[in-house]
Design a protein around this ligand. Sequence first.
Ligand code: SF4
Length: 468
Amino acid sequence: MPATPGASYAQPLRPAIETSIFDLFKCGPGPSSSHTIGPMKAAADFAGLCAVLPPEEAARARRLEVRLFGSLSATAEGHGTPGAILAGLMGHEPAACPPGLLQRLQAVPDREYALRCAEHAVPVSMANVLHDVVRHQFPYSNTLCMSLLDENGVSLASREYYSVGGGFIQWKGWSPPERGKPAYPYGSMRKLREWLRQSGLTLHELILENESAITGRSRPDIFAQLDEIMDAMTDSVQRGLDAEGELPGSLNVARKARTLLASASRVPHAVDRFLGKVNAYALAAAEENAAGGVVVTAPTCGAAGVMPALLHAMRKDLNIGARAVREGLLASVAVAFLAKHNAGIAGAEMGCQGEVGVASAMAAAMLAHARGNAAEIVENAAEIALEHHLGLTCDPVGGYVQIPCIERNAVGAIKAYNACLLATCEDAAKHRVTLDAAIRAMADTGREMSVKLKETSQGGLAVSMVEC
Ligand code: SF4
């Protein structure tokens, strides 16, 4: 029976995914999508509320208060959160954030800026950003509450924001923006598999059909933005390879990507050379992220080295054509959507399995699809990569997205390559674990993981290497 797009929308097995590709892949400053990009977007949103206050209320405004909770409170400094909030209050959006702005803001923490409230202005500085409790009862770990107060502390405007990972934000009472409905609604890999079978579409074609239905955009328009995203990924690799010196922060971590690439180019064995280059590409983008450079959330900033490393290698070293790479990128989108929809992609919710683990699964799917494999093999590649990141904790030393994050991106990229090899060399019909099962396991594991191991720098490597 031929498939009828949208026909079963009323009874999908799970709520359908209505996320756009470009909600997922966003350009913005590192080092963290949930702790830098998300808070910047929340602050820009709050600045918008203040700008349209009724004049009589705006005239009473005296002080802004921003309270950070959960992982945001525990690791704000290392993630550049206060600077990102200040930039957002000044009206900056992540995609257009001038290079180095956050570092310049953080360098003079006492300097005051003006928050526009209708015709009035309230002075704001980093002193307005307060650290509240790490353990709390809000529905999301990364919560920030913003209030505009009068001289008696009475609230004139307030909003409770949640930075839910990958630079996505929500707030109390938020509801998703009105959009078109997907042509092929799915909330699980099982449903997606059914659609692929019924429609005869390839995975990348189905993702494209849904994107057009949800956003109303034409294919050329979508392709043009996808190409920009891919170029931004390779730019982040190139900038990282060109840079030298130390990364910001008190850990005195030296950039290694450039040296690693030079060493990799000299090794005699072709396989070592290739793997060494992939390592260097991943370190390069991850170091760029750690330095606050512009990266692409894939799915997050912390994991922003994995996909670019494989993508760069596909373009430069594996001689995979531009069209196949773009189609692979589209296949990776399905993996990220399923992980976000059914588990989470924030280190503060899922640990690093949700960041580097999901990035690795996306990269494995991208490579497998670009090499022309069937959807079954693409799913298996993603599943293998995710399965072997299950239980991975998030324990950034000193709250900086540097140790273990940077090398972890390289390991995630190599694991993605190996997962693709495993999936393409085995008999796909004998593969026993589905992507849905691996994502479910990630969700359960993430829920049971101690809060100390979810981006609070209170456990794991973050406390075991304090004397270094
Ligand atoms: S350990 Fe992983 S999840 Fe945690 S900040 Fe680093 S990259 Fe992100």
